[in-house]
Design a protein around this ligand. Sequence first.
Ligand code: SAH
Length: 435
Amino acid sequence: MPTSSKPPSGPPRGGRPSSPPHGAGRGRPHHRPEKVHPDRTSPEIGPDGLPQVSLVRRGVDRWQAGHPWIYRADLNGDPGLVGGEVVRVVDGRGWFIGKAFYSRQSKISLRWLSFDDIAVDDDFFRQRLLAAQALRTQALPGETTYRLMHGEADGIPGLVVDRYGDYLSVQFLVPAVEQRKALISDLLQEQFKPKGIVNRSDVSVRHLEGLTPEKGMLRGEAPGPVSFDEGLVRVRADLLEGQKTGAFLDQRENHVVAAQYAHGEALDCFSYVGGFALQLATRAQSVTAVEISELAAAQLRDNAAANKLTNLNVVVANAFDFLRDAVDEGRKFDTIVLDPPSFAKNKDAIAAAVRGYKEINLRAMQLLRPGGILITASCTYHVDEQAFEDMLASAAADARRRMQIIERRGAGKDHPVLLNLRETRYLKCYVLRAL
Ligand code: SAH
């Protein structure tokens, strides 16, 4: 329904548009050329009382092509909002095209909530959480550790909820969910009855949204170390002090796959608390785990001991140096895992990131015995699957190795990828085999 009418566009950036008459009814009574708004000081309000944000043609095209993010440049002027609002999204003529979260500071101004004119109330959030839970029940039956809500890919932009058995660990990444922290905590408590809800919003991406990092308990009791099963091993994680929300849940399925390929002498670089290293140790003769953080290395040793895995040696070192030295010393391995942290936080860093990936992958390929397996991952979303695979091909050529692609994997089923938002396909994990 058209909810505002704009004066015909005279000279661009003319006077302030007249206030919108409501209820003009359906149909296309008038042809009004798109008009660029001057920046607003008071927001335009739609018929349901929600603020209204209008898009320029390019933004409308993008929205209609299914992209769930709209950038600032595609807004029709500054909507004059403080940020964190649920807004009505309208085209240049005032026609409703959807509802979205609005962010004022971020370059991403709008994040898709609905194409339809539905109420975004408590029940809306409850239903999205339940729908997310339904997928996990279906895709991971019997599992009690998983990502329960994966932001935009599960229909609540900026909200991440990880379940570790009786505890939930949550990240609020945009103002709209930050401002609804109490509501979301209540809904999580009501639906899932956890013993405690941890807030792990201590992440630097919050700065892009004008939010400061935050950490603490939202509800219930603070968890001690929590344990969960991965294949044959039991892993302990610290939800309050560990990296991310405590563990790298996105690699869980890949960890288990690694056990299947592990053999001989194995090397795991960037080990953290042992997601891959412990799996390798269930099958391989020996495992060397390389991790730069003393704290993570100590937890990895504890995890190995708790699983009675005595064939695992933890080395606190920079993996780049370790790999270079290993090549220089002529060492060889049968199974190698590379799972580094993200190398590029923005587009400007892509070239350097690809160089970094190539360096470690080239060395790993040089270190493999014939028949050896390389499991190599990248969680940098600015380096997409094609770029990652091109880098691998170039590393293989430089290493003068023939490598077979055995599996092209991604994050687990609890980290769904949104078809129209390639950024949600951030994790690549290849299983390669050396001829
Ligand atoms: N493989 C792990 C997750 C790895 S996260 C899993 O599946 O659970 C990346 C890890 O690399 C972090 O623990 C970080 O401390 C470590 N790290 C970062 N830079 C490193 C470097 N240059 N050398 C070795 N480890 C590094």
